[in-house]
Design a protein around this ligand. Sequence first.
Ligand SMILES: [Zn+2]
Length: 56
Amino acid sequence: MHRSSFKDRYKREFVEVECPKCRRSRVISLPEEEIPKCEYCRIPMVIKEVLTEGKY
Ligand SMILES: [Zn+2]
């Protein structure tokens, strides 16, 4: 969900990213955040699922 409407000028997507190695996952918002690296494995996480609903 998306409570604050600050900087509502572009489409925001929430995606779930997952480490392909240890399977830790977290949710980030694009394009505000970059795809993170796993803090344990130090490898880039991959997009697992796009969570954005509506708002197109
Ligand atoms: Zn990992």
